[in-house]
Design a protein around this ligand. Structure first.
Ligand code: ADP
Length: 204
């Protein structure tokens, strides 16, 4: 397999971080150099966003959308562990969320075309070789979140996850000509999802 930039997308509780971890382990076992990362990042800008999600800070949706744009640019370009640097160093990069998360989560509150335009620099700089969309019913992901997480963050209500999922689908439809988007049935077992992802990567 050539060096890839692989992104996982999906609503909260869809199983992204579970699958990111499994895929990282499999690729490393197969001898690849893998760098695993996530958005919002753990940089100072990403931490601002996380504080808003946790309710420790307040900001309107346009501000959150703009902070995510800045966090993503820093994620790409920062000189210590930026994605471009990691790709240059020969790593396969796996990210838990990238710009489609902005389109989906902020598109619920802000004009989706503005969100897409605001991320144009990132899209022009580094496009994923594949966006895996882990497709789960919002009811299923809410059940998972309620049973496993002590606190429920901003965005994590059934109604909002339904709206976010609809915005994911809308943005995939808008950008299907420019982006590689692969739907994975996320209502299956962890192992079955991992198998589907592995088969899709083989095709790439
Ligand atoms: P995300 O990163 O998309 O928010 P997680 O991977 O953290 O989702 O999964 C949310 C919760 O659901 C975790 O407790 C995880 O163990 C569980 N989970 C993940 N995938 C599945 C699955 N396919 N079936 C059942 N539970 C799952």
């Amino acid at each position: 397999m050539k060096q890839l930039f692989i992104v996982f997308e999906g609503i909260d509780g869809s199983g992204k971080s579970t699958q990111v971890k499994l895929l990282t382990e499999k690729l490393i076992a197969a001898g690849h150099k893998v760098y695993t990362t996530f958005e919002p990042t753990d940089s100072p800008i990403g931490s601002l966003v996380r504080n808003i999600f946790k309710g420790r800070m307040n900001a309107d949706h346009k501000t959150i959308a703009a902070l995510n744009v800045a966090d993503r640019l820093d994620h790409l370009h920062n000189e210590i562990n930026g994605l471009l640097k990691k790709m240059e160093e020969g790593y396969t990069v796996i990210s838990d969320r990238y710009y489609f998360s902005s389109y989906a989560y902020h598109g619920v509150h802000v004009d989706i075309d503005w969100v897409i335009a605001a991320n144009a620099l990132s899209a022009a700089t580094l496009k994923p070789d594949v966006n895996f969309f882990i497709d789960v019913d919002p009811e299923v992901s809410m059940k998972r979140l309620n049973s496993t997480r002590g606190t429920i963050e901003l965005y994590e209500t059934l109604e909002n996850l339904q709206q976010v999922k609809a915005k994911y689908l809308e943005s995939f439809e808008k950008l299907k000509g420019e982006e590689k988007i692969v739907f994975i049935n996320g209502n299956q077992s962890v192992a079955a999802i991992a198998d589907d992802i592995w088969k899709e990567l083989d095709n790439l």
